[in-house]
Ligand binder design. Structure first.
Ligand code: NAP
Ligand code: MG
Length: 498
């Protein structure tokens, strides 16, 4: 293996080569200023290794590499070949599932079975967009006999992509897949908390056969490298996933620089609504999975649970028993469902929300405590006796904490479901088809699940209403955000103008 790397070990893979450099032009390189930063293992708080840090100068270098690749051969590459390279990459992810998942669990702390699920979803996503590369089509529009008009879908150019730490590999695939399928080149910044799996995946980019500069991946801090990307004059688009606060900064940076196109996938405070006629076993499983999957670190987490009053008492009793049974612990244990939160900062934020909830007068039905004294483990937590104005009901906690309250009827459910500034996801559990459709159509959210939760699929668009974002990821819709429309209008005949 070329470039910068260290030997690391995971309980599932034994020793492996962990790249530590910035991935620019298909090579791992040091940052210009020679800076590095530590990567922490959230399971035991130890330092795993250090990786090279990108500063503004490295962002410039990476953007130039992407620009050169775009203006050079990539924009002339056949769609068939773009698709083939993405499918190669998908196949390599599939071949390396064990390594990629183990590195993800090591760095992020997610349960290994979930990490394998993430890699499987990366495979699906990359292969899906590989399939799209030669199906991005324009149109001919007839405006009359004197003109021939055609509409092309062209790549935007160099795309800056800034991703979070909750799904490091999956966000990598969601961003890179559609961008590259549509013929763009990218500079992607990973989250400072979780740079490792993306760097391992960079080895596969080279192996898949991508030309240098098409996909560049840098580790670094949001305030430095992220800000440099979003305000860069030679970046044509920025795609961001993360907090609403930073999303606003990204838009400002775009507005204050070259008005680059912006897509944002931000937070949520999604309602999970259970009607009295729902299959209760099924509803409890999905409500549990809705909030505790990925340790509650999901932008679409079902963090506000509403249960129809007739079944509320029964539901809460069974839900708290179910939540208390979730296996929390070592992410490398096959039976673990919930590992540690990603970082000390996130751990502290969540614990302070729990304190806040208690102070506001909400009741802890289960959980509320740290587990152990090493690693960022938190008990699955349910708050009842909440009011809509409480912070724990309005703000994104991004941890294994939900609130639960009652509703009376359909109108009431729709009203509380929509009582948030967010609009990423929602769910309704019912056995009545009319209720399901009426409520789903009335909730202001980008995704509404019926009798299920968190079941995203790369073929289905995902993104936010209201303050949950701008644009869509996944599905055909993502391609709209990575192409721009050009109209070519040709005057026919030889009559002179005027
Ligand atoms: P964040 O700051 O929004 O981080 C997301 C990404 O943006 C990271 O790569 C981050 O870099 C980068 N970033 C930070 N400041 C930036 C700036 N000024 N310009 C450009 N990029 C910047 O999120 P966080 O601090 O990790 O988490 C805080 C909260 O955000 C969570 O509690 C949760 O509510 C929400 N969140 C949402 C999602 C989601 O999927 N929608 C994901 C993660 C977090 P760094 O490497 O320096 O962090
Ligand atoms: Mg980490």
């Amino acid at each position: 293996m070329s470039g910068l790397s260290v030997k690391l070990k995971t309980p599932h893979t034994g020793e492996y080569d962990q790249p530590t450099g910035l991935f620019i032009n298909n090579e791992f390189v040091k940052g210009v200023d020679g800076k590095t930063f530590e990567v922490i293992n959230p399971t035991d708080e130890s330092v795993i290794t250090s990786v090279h840090e990108a500063t503004e100068k490295d962002v410039d270098i990476a953007v130039s590499a992407a620009r050169k690749a775009f203006e050079g051969n990539w924009r002339k590459e056949t769609p068939e070949n773009r698709g083939k390279l993405l499918v190669n990459l998908a196949n390599l992810f599939e071949k390396n599932v064990d390594l990629l998942a183990a590195v993800e669990s090591l760095d992020n702390g997610k349960a290994i079975t979930m990490a394998k699920g993430d890699v499987g979803a990366c495979v699906g996503c990359l292969r899906y967009y590989g399939g799209w590369a030669d199906k991005i089509e324009g149109k001919v529009v007839d405006t009359g006999p004197d003109t021939f008009n055609y509409i092309r879908k062209e790549p935007i150019g160099v795309c800056g992509q800034i991703i979070p730490w909750n799904f490091p590999l999956l966000m990598w695939a969601w961003k890179i897949g559609p961008a590259v399928a549509a013929g763009n080149c990218v500079v992607l910044k990973t989250a400072e908390q979780t740079p490792l799996s993306a760097l391992v995946a960079c080895n596969l980019i080279k192996e898949a056969g991508f030309p240098p500069g098409v996909i560049n991946v840098i580790s670094g801090f949001g305030k430095i490298a992220g800000a440099a990307l979003s305000s860069h004059m030679d970046v044509d688009k920025v795609a961001f996933t993360g907090s609403t606060v930073v999303g606003r900064q990204i838009m400002k940076a775009a507005a204050g620089s070259n008005l680059k196109k912006v897509t944002l996938e931000l937070g949520g405070k999604s309602p999970n609504i259970v009607f009295a006629d729902a299959d209760i076993d099924n509803a409890i499983s999905w409500v549990n999975f809705g909030i505790y999957f990925n340790h509650g670190q999901c932008c679409c987490a079902g963090s506000r649970v509403y249960v129809q009053e007739e079944i509320y008492d029964k539901f809460i009793q069974r839900f708290k028993e179910r939540a208390a049974q979730n296996a929390v612990g070592d992410p490398f244990h096959e039976k673990t469902f919930q590992g540690p939160q990603v970082s000390q900062l996130q751990f502290d934020r969540i614990m302070s929300y729990i304190e806040e909830g208690k102070k506001a007068g909400a009741t802890i039905e289960t959980g509320g405590n740290r587990i152990g004294d090493k690693g960022y483990f938190i008990e699955p937590t349910i708050f009842s006796n909440v009011t809509e104005d409480m912070k724990i009901v309005q703000e994104e906690i991004f941890g294994p904490v939900c609130s639960i309250s009652k509703f009376k009827n359909k109108e009431d459910a729709i009203k509380v479901g929509n009582s948030t500034t967010y609009g990423l996801a929602a769910a309704v559990h019912t056995s009545n088809l009319n209720t399901a459709i009426e409520v789903a159509n009335s909730l202001r959210a980008g995704t509404v699940w019926v009798n299920t939760y968190n079941t995203l699929h790369w073929q289905l668009p995902f993104g936010g209403f209201k303050e949950s974002g701008i644009g869509r990821e996944l599905g055909e819709a993502a391609l709209d955000n990575y192409t721009q429309t050009k109209t070519v209008s040709i005057r026919l005949g030889d009559a002179l103008f005027g």
